[in-house]
Design a protein around this ligand. Sequence first.
Ligand SMILES: Nc1nc2c(c(=O)[nH]1)N[C@@H](CN(C=O)c1ccc(C(=O)N[C@@H](CCC(=O)O)C(=O)O)cc1)CN2
Length: 284
Amino acid sequence: MSTVVDGRALAAKLLNELQDQIGNLTAQGVVPTLRIVQVGDDPASTIYIRNKKRKGASLGIDVQVVKLPETVTQTALLHQIETLNVNPEVDAILVQMPLPVQIDAAAVVAAIDPAKDADGFTPANFGRLWSGDEGPVPATPAGVMAILQQYHVPLRGQHAVVIGRSRIVGRPMAAMLLQADATVTVAHSHTRNLAELTRTADIIVVAVGIPHFLTADMVKPGAAIIDVGINRTAEGKVTGDVDFAAVEPLAGVITPVPRGVGPMTVAELMIQTVALTKARVAHD
Ligand SMILES: Nc1nc2c(c(=O)[nH]1)N[C@@H](CN(C=O)c1ccc(C(=O)N[C@@H](CCC(=O)O)C(=O)O)cc1)CN2
């Protein structure tokens, strides 16, 4: 019998704690501000951005979207980032991923002022993370770490297998687990004998974007299973990367999709925005 994580309840708990910090800022006349740059009309991005705006509004964080056409040029996008960088009223900036093919996403991310980097994706903040130093961190892996901590999953000396090596999830996830003294293996599309590897894992984080990718034969009984996948079925439903029905009875702790990691991503983004605002206020 496994413990199924309630990501919504945990996000609500963390945001309740954040409310006090926001109250302290507003008492000083400071409203945290987040600007989300959206390029094009990707339907999934529109849903995630709407969730972020709603959550920000309910907390007293000023979240606004800078919308640019799908056909925007690299130069115009970089110009927009620079405008936000130099605006003293903007505490935090995020460029919603994915970006259209004509855009060099790495160059766009690198143009964000690291002191306003809500996603923790800039090379400076990525370097800090891998060095074990403080700084903004990517929201999804930060949400996973919060889940593991709140559900008392031991990490020190445990074998964690991260499946996927993206900049948004896999790479920062590996750095955070390493920082927590886990022994980390990063697996990807070229990894051989994956099932053999995952069967040795105490913790598995899956972020590959393939429904039902992680099956019961790949899991050691009692392992913690974290599903970061968000896939849409033909019926329009959201499903993860784990064969939940088959894996759940085996797992120690398991996250569902939806209502697992997703709500934690939004919560951690709000936490990050407030942290950047506090750092700016302390610096001013
Ligand atoms: N700049 C960024 N772009 C993207 C990120 C990111 O962290 N920074 N991550 C994902 C999308 N994402 C946040 O932007 C995100 C994904 C999912 C959810 C969420 O709440 N999921 C719900 C289901 C919602 C649905 O119906 O689709 C859940 O799992 O319960 C929030 C944010 C890619 N881009």
